[in-house]
Design a protein around this ligand. Sequence first.
Ligand code: PHE
Length: 341
Amino acid sequence: LRSTWLTRIADAKDESTLEDARVAALGKKGEVSLKMRELGKMTPEERQVAGPALNALKNELNSALVARKTALADAALEERLRTEWMDISAPSRPGQQGTIHPVSQVTEEVIALFADLGYSVAEGPQIESDWLNFDALNIPSHHPARAEMDTFYMKRAEGDNRPPHVLRTHTSPVQIRHMQAHGAPCRIIAPGRVYRADYDQTHTPMFHQVEGLALGRDISMANLKWTLETFFSAFFGKDVKTRFRASHFPFTEPSAEVDIQCSWENGQVKVGEGNDWLEVLGSGMVHPKVLEAGKIDPTQYQGFAFGMGIDRMAMLKYGIPDLRAFFDSDLRWLRHYGFSA
Ligand code: PHE
């Protein structure tokens, strides 16, 4: 009996054969278990001999089972180590390296340059109340500027007669939000997306602006001009000609628009040369009514504000002639004009 089972255990070629052997010998109805049950029917003398012998056999078989199981596991591991391997010197599969979009790149540059001038970043939502987008900026309901802005309106539920929210047409509502939350004095810029129903080589229905707001006790138009010129020469890395044109915005008085000298030839745009001008921003001294909407006393504080087209700054700096290409998501374009991360 002993040698039959020991051989069977030692010869088990895998775990399941080994398990079968264990059940056949030591399971409930296993041969050895049945023999142990027969002890009860024996005479005391027989039992005294058979009992210890069977127990010893049971222990011996159990140890043999454990030993065989370990040996099988070791062999399996050896086999895996032999067959499963990896060539760590093989070249890896080519990965896809993304690029940073020129608009993101320029936004970061603008933030960094204004940070040097002491400006911090403020933010506001793209879906804005019409009060913040218009009224608070001195553009009441029937003001012609509302019509000029080609505004996208959000839909209200049937029967809801409150004025609809809008996709903000400019970053200027962030001025009001910041004034209300933090008061004066302040120096902030607010970059972000804005929306207008407009589409051609220099207009897309979604584009990017960065708003600037500086409030203090004696801030003047001269500070505005110095700030913008300092920024432009740092941004373009050279002195570029700018043109400050008297203009009109309901939320500034006086107001000025700023153009940058450039040339558009053979599908190329170059900054700082030629006879063309690209408008890049609107600006002016914050209107007293706007300060009041922001809960700031216009007899105590004044300041300037500007709203700059980020995409247009990118067109000029990197010589990209058509604004529409910025938002086509053409991978070849993105790889060409994008910046490595
Ligand atoms: N909000 C104006 C626009 O989008 C730009 C602007 C901002 C003008 C701040 C003056 C002051 O055209």
